[in-house]
Design a protein around this ligand. Sequence first.
Ligand code: GLN
Length: 205
Amino acid sequence: MSREQPTIGVLALQGDVREHVAALNDCGATAVAVRRPSELHAVDGIVIPGGESTTMSRLLELVGLLDPLRARLAQGLPAYGSCAGMILLASDVLDTRPDAHHLDAIDITVRRNAFGRQVQSFETDLDVRTINGPPMRAVFIRAPWVERVGAGVEVLATVPDGPAAGRVVAVRQGAVLASSFHPEMTGDRRLHELFVSMVRVGSGG
Ligand code: GLN
């Protein structure tokens, strides 16, 4: 578990696991799939991919990962969630199933499937704070947005224009990063690089 080449788990119960594994490996981490509690013990950070948050919630419970993951996050395990992963990391979720669990790792309220039927999927260019270089192409697929950010949460990106202008779509609180969009799908590795650098700094998690 060298800090220079950290081991980063990708929660592999459902969703676009392979793309995150490739992105993390490109950024100098060793990416491993996490499907059971023993695999969670071995990681320096965790990525929760896009997919379907209520299905992932059910599977987390089924395989016995819900409580161990919550416990490691509470101890400071660095985490990055994209789309469904953002929903799972949030402290409050609107428009979800009443029996869906979330992990309380970042103090935000997210609204699931927030962009509505007309714009379920779209792409735009985002300026992401703390990330250098040109705007980042962002792919949104039945994405959530953030409706409330807690005092300790930094807003990294908002939608620049259109009907959802100003909506918060990327946030960070300490060692936890979350985005409504899917950087693993574009080949732009800058958000994964940011996360790998957060894991290198570590948090005692
Ligand atoms: N709408 C999905 C959910 O509620 C998230 C979509 C995605 O991850 N691309 O979990």
